[in-house]
Design a protein around this ligand. Sequence first.
Ligand code: NAI
Length: 301
Amino acid sequence: MEDFEDRVAFITGGASGAGFGQARVFGAAGCRIAIADVRQDALDDAVATLATQGIDAFPVTLDIRDRDAYARAADAVEDHFDAPVTLLFNTAGVNGFGALEEATYADFDWILGVNFGGVVNGMQTFVPRMIAAGRGGHIVSVASMAGFEGNPTAGIYAASKAAVMNLMESYAIALAPHGIGVSTLCPASVRSDIANALDRRPDELASGSSFRDDPRFIDAQRRLYAGGMDPIELAGHVRTAIEENLLYVLPFTETREGVRAHFDRVLSFYDAYDTDPAAADGRARAFLRYREEAQALRESP
Ligand code: NAI
């Protein structure tokens, strides 16, 4: 997809960091921009800053965990622009660090609710609308390099991002016939405000949390992300990925060998079972046959 001019883009987490970078880059590319965020003050600042760059963004206050509010936000944006959303950026996300074995249900509910539930709500809201509009489009979901591998101090976050990556692989296949591309961006470290993510945590999911909030740790996080990739550069990579319809956006090349080592280790677990290749071959042929039959049934029910 290369025709950005006049397309309506809906960007969650658009008030800050990676989402704000997307608003700037796709606004400059000619898209009409809606930024959705849970923080009203950050939205106000973002709209004002975008205006100084000639980008007239439409702000929507939205907690992406709220399904009804998400549908209302979609209505408001499509009414405002009098056009369907054909570019969706599922960018909003939160993080928290702490020992996984001490996590509370509220820790799970918050991180999974925003990072995975919010993406589900974005897809459920916009995919039917995009298909009905018949103009194709593209969906970018922001996962994380953390999604490739378990992590005992950010285990819930890592699981939420793994779920996003896997779901997007399925959507990429499902939406291709509708001319809708799907990409998953996996950042490692971005210059953003995510070190302050605990501040976005709703009160009802905060009590008893095991996540670390000591100022020295948060400061160390701030320093880490301050050295991350510029959100404008990151959004430029996303633009290229949309133009070339790439499933994964992996611009953090410093992580490549770690990913390779992880998948090599996963593959090594097969080695103990290489004892009966004929049986394995038979099962594989049965599965292929099943797939062909299921495909034929889908095509002529
Ligand atoms: P950020 O904190 O600067 O921006 C995230 C935005 O999402 C904030 O403006 C926040 O208010 C908003 N948000 C939080 N909860 C929300 C909710 N329930 N509903 C709507 N909006 C909500 O952080 P950043 O880094 O720009 O994060 C963007 C994405 O990038 C996230 O999905 C994050 O997990 C991912 N990421 C970031 C990395 C980094 O190094 N900063 C590394 C890997 C992934």
